[in-house]
Design a protein around this ligand. Structure first.
Ligand code: ADP
Length: 484
């Protein structure tokens, strides 16, 4: 790409208010997954750059950013949201080229980023403590204080949304942030930082150090000057980050993947459910932590649901991000290889239907056809492991207990959804399902920024989004005054 939107130079880091090359001067190639071409070079930041970014964040806390009244912080965040909305098309194009997601999905991510900034902008001055009735002669109250310097290690699948929910909440709560975007896709992180500067965010409140996970990421997660780490990504890296943070005894928020089921009962309205059943598996080419990769169906309706989903799958088309089809390429050839490995592991299953990769999809693109498997065993590797590709498996269940046993029968616990008209069953299942969020007769509820989000089990811990995230980005102080 010769000219970048917003005039960003993708080979630079932002430390304090200075855009500059990383200390080593090294760069990494960033690829366009739609055709395999090199999009641009990005900085290969490392420990020295992370040190400088953490120092700049600390200086911001000791400077104007740290002293700024909450409502002014909120105003800046709101202004960032407005500027994001003024650049919807440029940001969407950038995300589509970088991540490979179809334009309409990239556009939805930009709008979500703006919504996060509006939401957290509006909430910055509403974050307060409480008073606690106590012994005679005492007055006790709590204060919510920012942790200090927050580290944000984010993945490539939804850079803008994850920046919104994590950096947005951290800044609203008064922290200063160091952001390490993913090496596979980091352009909108840089564009966001440029927009934040234009909106008047003071120097050092947000610093961006692109680079490799094992270098910049590891340096950030183990840095003794960082007071909180939020991470979204794979389980393996999440464990490393928690271990690194433990060395400095700092809190972490981990949002790791899932194997989220949708439960379709005998009384479900299939016309209503069908778009959700399929879209939740193929959105962003299935590279979504909260993707629904398991569809559990009451045996009496198994054939009907499988046939209806298969019809939809047969009509799905995968192609370049800018062609704006149902499904784009995966983020990289490496990810394509991983997903193809899973498809091969399904050799003993029936493929109920596959979408098509369009004929004119470029040779070097990371395309896999959306694939729907019919299964019978909930123990199959395709029904247990997170695939992170446009692949779903449909499994039968016999009754409610059996459905719950299968739904809860993986190591994950991010999302579950229930399709039934029976209100009592809805309430029972909302309690019984192991998941950070349960959706009744929908999947994802439109992804509203207001809704707390996070997992249990291998899906991670801590909550992002909504007001809940603000609590996660603060430390509670109890003040007890003895005055007689
Ligand atoms: P995926 O497998 O989906 O690419 P990862 O969990 O590897 O996701 O990556 C998510 C983020 O974590 C990226 O920003 C990546 O650079 C970073 N990362 C990868 N390895 C490490 C590590 N050892 N320490 C810290 N961050 C890492």
């Amino acid at each position: 790409m010769s000219v970048m939107p917003l005039g960003i130079d993708p080979s630079l880091c932002l430390i304090g208010d200075v855009w500059g090359p990383c200390a080593s001067g090294q760069v990494l190639a960033l690829h366009n997954p739609s055709d395999g071409s090199v999009l641009c070079q990005i900085a290969r930041g490392g420990a020295v750059d992370v040190d400088a970014a953490v120092a700049a964040a600390r200086a911001a806390l000791d400077g104007p950013w740290g002293q700024m009244p909450a409502f002014e912080r909120g105003r800046i965040l709101t202004r960032i949201g407005q500027l994001v909305l003024e650049h919807v098309e440029e940001l969407a194009q950038l995300e589509a080229l970088d991540v490979g997601k179809p334009l309409k999905q990239a556009r939805a991510d930009v709008i979500a980023l703006a919504r996060y900034m509006e939401f957290y902008g509006g909430s910055a001055d509403k974050l307060h403590g409480t008073t606690i009735p106590y012994l005679d002669g005492y007055t006790v109250y709590t204060m919510r204080e920012p942790h200090g310097v927050t580290g944000h290690i984010i993945p490539w699948n939804y850079p803008m949304q994850i920046i919104g929910r994590s950096v947005g909440a951290a800044l609203a709560a008064g922290n200063a942030a160091v952001l390490k975007p993913a090496e596979e896709a980091c352009l909108t992180a840089l564009a966001f930082a440029e927009i934040a500067q234009r909106a008047g965010l003071p120097a050092g409140a947000l610093n961006v150090v692109p680079g490799l996970g094992a270098e910049a990421g590891a340096a950030l997660s183990g840095h003794p000057g960082v007071n909180h780490i939020s991470f979204t990504g794979s389980v393996g890296v999440g464990k490393m980050i928690q271990a690194a943070a433990a060395q400095n005894v700092v809190p972490v928020t981990l949002e790791l993947g899932g194997k989220s089921p949708q439960l379709v009962f005998e009384d479900a309205d299939l016309d209503d459910a069908l778009p959700f059943l399929v879209n939740a598996g193929i959105q962003n080419a299935g590279q979504t932590c909260s993707a629904s990769s398991r569809i559990l169906v009451h045996r009496s309706r198994y054939d009907e649901v499988l046939a209806a989903m298969a019809d939809r799958y047969s009509a799905l088309r995968a192609g370049p991000a800018l062609a704006d089809l149902d499904v784009g390429p995966l983020v990289s050839l490496r990810q394509k290889e991983i997903v193809e490995g899973f498809l091969a592991k399904g050799h003993d299953l029936q493929i109920a239907a596959q979408g098509q990769v369009v004929d004119d999809a470029p040779e070097g693109g990371a395309y896999v056809p959306p694939t729907l498997f019919a299964g019978s065993s909930a123990d199959h590797v395709l029904a247990q492991d997170e695939i992170f590709g446009p692949v779903q498996i449909v499994l039968p269940f016999d009754d409610e207990d059996h459905a719950v046993e299968i739904a809860n029968g993986t190591a994950f616990g991010l999302v579950a959804s229930v399709w039934t008209k029976d209100g009592a069953r809805q309430m029972r299942l909302a309690k019984r399902l192991h998941a950070g969020q349960v959706f009744l007769n929908n999947y994802g509820a439109g992804g509203g920024v207001e809704l707390p989000f996070g997992g249990t089990g291998l899906s991670g811990h801590g909550r992002e989004k909504g007001f809940e995230a603000l609590f996660a980005f603060t430390s509670l102080k109890t003040v007890a005054a003895r005055h007689g």
